[in-house]
Design a protein around this ligand. Structure first.
Ligand SMILES: [Zn+2]
Ligand SMILES: [Zn+2]
Length: 394
């Protein structure tokens, strides 16, 4: 049976995948600078006899062709970049690149896809069609490596009928996975607002245009976008995490800077919210005698797991792990550049449990103490290999 064969192969390569993960973890590289990581991936693919092309600067696109007749194509994605974080874990594979850390598990995704590639290579005669292995750069910073992979043709010639991706999740115990059909993750836009007034002595309000007060009104008013304008059925989040009014007890500053984030799950509403927020902030500033520059940097779109594909993938997860180990996920308002693939192709992005409460492996991603239970690497490789083969119709 296919599942048993894959599980055996996943066990056989488990130690090797762990060592690859540890190598990547110890040698993290920042977004768009994944040179050594890319070299490592290419060496591993070469060792497996898998042909590849370079793409999106540091990206790698491997191709595995099955031995049976089929025109079907499926793409599997792993991201490769690390974060600007000082690792504080005391482990033998601690980051050797000080100030850079694989704190989002992209070392896990890359080593897992290499493991999946090894399994698929050994099972070539069990399936037909083409499997594209997409090792992409720069998930963590805009414009997102996924958008460049697409621009550089990763999803063309041949065009995959589906893209699959997995991401670590420390909230889920190792041995389990999570999945959600339909809209799953949010679009995320960065807001940069500068409110301009006229600074002066705090004792002479009649001579000043107070940007601090304009800021206070603006911050409060903008929340109406979520509470009064957003369709309650569309999740929306507006958060401001940075406000700089660099005056003093008796000094009114000339300007105030506000930075925030707007997240939602609907492209039309996203566009309309941008216009409404800008208009509201500009009008308030103008009405109070000042002015407002409202800059929006568009981030990733929302991520949607195509319903039918996701139902099939979920069944694969259940077949492979048992229904008790497959968790239904809620919408999550974080963003992920896999969303770009989901906007142009059928796509499914599921979560790999990497936590282990008993062993104290609970730190969330993007923290200096993030780590995984490496037993998850036995599941990640086989699960994706099995889903890929099933999706090809074998
Ligand atoms: Zn991340
Ligand atoms: Zn990530």
């Amino acid at each position: 049976m296919l599942i048993e064969k894959i599980k055996t192969l996943a066990s056989e390569i488990h130690e090797d995948v762990i060592s690859k993960r540890r190598h990547l973890h110890a040698n993290p590289e920042l977004s768009f600078h994944e040179y050594e990581t890319s070299k490592f991936v290419k060496e591993q693919l070469t060792a497996l006899g898998i042909s590849f092309t370079e793409i999106a600067n540091t990206g790698v696109l491997g191709i595995i062709k099955g031995g049976l007749p089929s025109d079907k194509v499926i793409a599997l994605r792993a991201d490769m970049d690390a974060l600007p974080i000082f690792e504080t874990n005391d482990v033998v594979y601690k980051s050797k690149n000080e100030g850079v850390m694989h704190a989002c598990g992209h070392d896990v995704h890359t080593s897992s896809l290499l493991g999946t590639a090894a399994i698929l290579s050994k099972l070539k005669n069990e399936f037909g069609g083409t499997i594209k292995l997409m090792f992409q750069p720069a998930e963590e910073v805009l414009p997102g490596g996924a958008s460049i992979m697409i621009k550089d043709g990763a999803l063309e010639n041949p065009k995959p009928q589906a893209v699959l991706g997995q991401h670590v999740m420390p909230l889920i115990e190792t041995g389990k996975v999570g999945i959600r059909p339909g809209k799953y993750m949010a679009s995320s836009d960065e807001l940069y607002i500068t409110i301009k007034g006229k600074g002066g002595h705090g004792a002479q309000p009649q001579e000043n245009i107070d940007p601090v007060l304009i800021m206070a009104h603006t911050l409060t008013a903008l929340q109406q976008i979520v509470s009064r304008n957003a369709d309650p059925r569309i999740p929306s989040v507006l958060s401001f995490g940075k406000v700089i009014a660099d005056g003093a007890t008796n000094v009114i500053p000339n300007e105030v800077v506000i930075h925030g984030t707007f997240r939602t799950l609907d492209e039309e509403w996203r566009k309309s919210a941008h216009i409404k927020m800008k208009k509201m902030a500009e009008s308030i500033a103008e009405g109070m005698g000042g002015s407002c520059e409202f800059k929006i940097v568009n981030g990733y779109p929302f991520l949607v797991n195509e319903e039918k594909l996701t139902a099939r993938v979920k069944q694969n997860l259940v077949d492979y792990l048992g229904a008790e180990n497959v968790i239904d996920l809620d919408i999550w308002m974080a963003a992920e550049d896999f969303a770009y693939y989901s906007q142009v192709s059928d796509a499914c992005f599921y979560r790999l449990g990497t936590g282990n409460k008993e062993r104290g492996i609970t730190s969330s991603v993007h923290t200096p103490t993030f780590d995984i239970d490496e037993n998850a690497l036995k599941i990640s490789t086989g699960l994706m290999a099995y889903s890929a083969i099933k999706e090809l119709g074998f």
